[in-house]
Design a protein around this ligand. Structure first.
Ligand code: EPU
Length: 268
């Protein structure tokens, strides 16, 4: 694991990893990642140094580093009457992770407030990508192997009391419908077009289904919650079981939303 102090240090590492064909992944808060029980043999980067956690506001525009925690940041913006991130309430992520996954829910997605993103190219050198070039779509963007360094966001100035209320309402909605207090990787599957993965898994009668110490949440069927001692293979087993049952019951193929990290073998 590598915790660079600067974009230059990160660039030197990325170039070296590329030359030696060592896989490199950036870990945000790990909230959407399932790491195999066999681990991941490559370099894992964490952007938690202060140089990746800068926040600078100019009116309704905010520059924010990739390593900044999404939830406290979204709450601080809302408290100051900067609207646009209320739908991020209850989403555990860093800014870098929220951009890569285009984090969001029914009331909005992170990509919609992005003006541009500063990235580190895998072969070194930085670039600024416009929102259009980032190509945000449902839980996806086109950044590929580029590493997010920071983003310029365009928010909307509004009444602080109103924005704060919207943030808290959004948070309350998630707390009511999702097992936020349990350990999980968030929604396991993407919603198939026009349908809800949670509703399909629920209708297939799978709530409460357990394998090892992993269990399909009783509160929201698209969450797999991990009790102490749960392994990644427990979760992977449930993922396979859910996909099979939903395929049989509804002829619908569920696509995994979480990012699964497996060993790929380090070639030198
Ligand atoms: N439903 C059930 N049973 C369940 C869960 C849901 O019948 O166990 C029904 C609900 O009653 C509702 C419908 O399914 O009629 C949709 O459920 P919900 O409103 O909870 O939203 P969702 O589509 O399941 C999406 C995102 C969440 C996000 C919420 C709220 C996806 C896959 N999920 O959930 O995102 O928090 O909206 O905005 O897009 C995530 O991406 O990790 C995630 C949790």
């Amino acid at each position: 694991m590598f915790q660079p102090h600067s974009a230059e240090q990160l660039a030197a590492l990325a170039v070296r990893a590329r030359e030696q064909e060592v896989p490199l992944k950036v870990l945000g808060r790990g909230a959407n990642v399932l790491v195999s029980d066999d681990g991941f043999d490559g370099v894992v980067v964490r952007l938690d140094h202060a140089s990746f956690r800068r926040v600078e506001r100019r009116g309704s525009q905010v520059d924010v580093g990739a390593g900044v925690d999404l939830m406290p940041f979204a709450r601080a913006c809302s408290n100051r009457g900067l609207s646009g991130l209320e739908c991020m309430a209850g989403i555990p992520s860093t800014i870098g992770g929220a951009i890569r996954m285009n984090a969001g829910g029914r009331s909005g997605e992170f990509g919609s407030v992005v003006k541009n993103v500063r990235v580190l190219r895998p072969e070194g050198g930085t670039e600024s990508w416009s929102k259009e070039r980032c190509g945000f779509s449902y839980r996806h963007c086109e950044l590929g192997d580029n590493i997010v360094l920071s983003a310029q966001l365009e928010l909307v100035e509004d009444d602080p009391a109103k924005v704060r209320r919207a943030f808290e309402e959004s948070f309350a909605q998630k707390r009511d419908s999702q097992p936020l207090g349990d350990r999980s990787a968030g929604c396991i599957f993407k919603n198939p077009v026009g349908r809800s993965a949670g509703a399909l898994i629920d209708q297939a009668g799978l709530k409460g289904t357990q394998w090892g110490a992993a269990r399909v949440s009783e509160r929201h069927a698209n969450f797999i919650v991990a009790r102490r001692g749960a392994t990644a293979s427990d979760v992977l087993h449930l993922i396979d079981l859910i996909r099979e049952r939903v395929r049989c019951a509804f002829s619908t193929e569920l696509e995994v939303e979480v990012d699964i990290w497996r060993p790929v073998g380090v070639r030198r």
